[in-house]
Design a protein around this ligand. Structure first.
Ligand code: ZN
Length: 391
């Protein structure tokens, strides 16, 4: 039996990985059942182990003498919000800093990972806990009145059957804005096939690597479309070299293996992968094919981009591929210097197996960049279709 003679300073906060949770699920449930109201007792091992986005990065265990005396389960919603699903601390550790230790560590983790806010919900009868949240800078942003609308807005209704099927009286939503802002914005360039991004936005990649954390995701390395005369993975190797030329680190290049010209039949899996990449990168900018791109795979990709990012605070821009564009709205521009165009050309020249393609020549690349530059009074530019801008 724990007593108040134990000091919370002797307790330790541990990251709750899947393995840790598996091992501690019994004691976790005991803490839960000893601390929660009678009406909340329908929570079981399956709930503890449920896989949610980034859950194993943000959930924590409070241990004393190797035994769980408290825990916090949190996961990521809408790319930049950490939501606390459950938090419980045994009575002996309440009021002396048990809950505070868990929250302090969570705030630190969320800050480090560039999250913008932390949210949670409280129910009636939890006034002591609410006092703790308030003391740690959480503010009530929503009373029960329109909770479902709030959750939908935040992209938190992640299942069709609803995270909250009904609005409950007395439920409050709390939020803590994280003060530490990221200094580096993140940009995600999405390429249906290898070389699409280099052609449509290679100059922008070259310019952004100096000031942004740049990721590139290719949904197909065209393994099934390359001529049989070429060695296996020729295009994949060429893409990796092109990325190196542009300055995108290997750990920021994400390559998937969808079949060329068959994205339509794999649409749901394309969306699933898009969401996985979204949650991993949490970009501020997304570059993707334009909505007027006629290539069947490119159409699938842009549709799934719009679906995956609809609840995120992300700027979405479509790049120009004239041979695929029925028309192109030049509503966005990135001004480029000579060095950016040179890098784009050098990156494209890595695609040795593709040099027969007409659009892969220097005259075409410089010509288009010069036309787009002329529109904004710059020597060179790449133009983009603006689908969404976050200011
Ligand atoms: Zn393509």
């Amino acid at each position: 039996m724990l007593t108040r003679s134990y000091d919370v300073a002797e307790a330790v906060v541990l990251p709750m990985t899947r393995d840790v949770a598996q091992e501690a699920v019994g004691p976790i449930l005991e803490v839960y059942h000893r601390t929660k109201l009678e009406t909340w007792k329908d929570w079981e091992a399956a709930n503890v182990m449920m896989d949610l986005p980034h859950k194993w990065e943000f959930s924590l265990l409070l241990l004393h003498d190797h035994s769980p005396v408290g825990f916090l389960i949190a996961s990521v919603y809408g790319a930049e919000t950490v939501h606390i699903h459950q938090m419980a601390v045994l009575g002996d550790y309440q009021g002396i800093g048990g809950g505070k230790s868990l929250l302090t560590r969570l705030i630190q983790l969320a800050d480090e990972k560039g999250m913008r806010d932390i949210t949670l919900e409280t129910r009636p009868g939890t006034e002591a806990a609410q006092g703790l949240y308030a003391s740690m800078g959480f503010e009530v942003i929503q009373d029960a009145a329109d909770l479902n609308a709030y959750l939908i807005n935040k992209g938190k209704l992640w299942r069709d059957d609803g995270y909250y099927p009904i609005v409950r009286e007395g439920v409050k939503v709390w939020s803590k804005e994280l003060r530490k802002k990221r200094v580096t914005a993140r940009a995600l360039f999405i390429s249906p096939h290898t070389d699409d991004v280099e052609l449509g936005a290679g100059g922008t990649v070259a310019r952004f690597v100096a000031s942004h954390e740049v990721h590139v995701a290719a949904f197909s390395d065209a393994w099934d479309a390359q001529p049989e005369s070429l060695p296996e993975n020729t295009l994949l190797g060429e893409m990796r070299q092109a990325m190196e030329v542009l300055g995108v680190g290997g750990d920021r290049v994400h390559v998937l293996k969808f079949r060329t010209r068959h994205f339509q039949s794999a649409r749901q899996r394309v969306l699933d992968e898009m969401i996985r990449i979204r949650d991993r990168v949490r970009p501020d900018f997304v570059f993707a094919p334009s909505t007027r791109d006629s290539h069947q795979d490119h159409q699938v990709v842009i549709n799934e981009v719009l679906r995956a990012f609809k609840g995120s605070r992300t700027t979405i821009l479509g790049y120009e591929l004239p041979w695929n564009n029925l028309s192109f709205e030049t509503t966005g521009f990135v001004a480029l210097d000579e060095e950016h165009i040179n890098k784009k050309l050098a990156a494209l020249s890595q695609y040795r197996s593709q040099q027969h393609r007409r659009y892969l020549n220097e005259e075409f690349i410089r010509g288009l960049a010069s036309v787009r530059g002329t529109q904004i009074g710059s020597k060179y530019a790449e133009a983009f279709e603006v689908m969404r801008v976050m200011l």
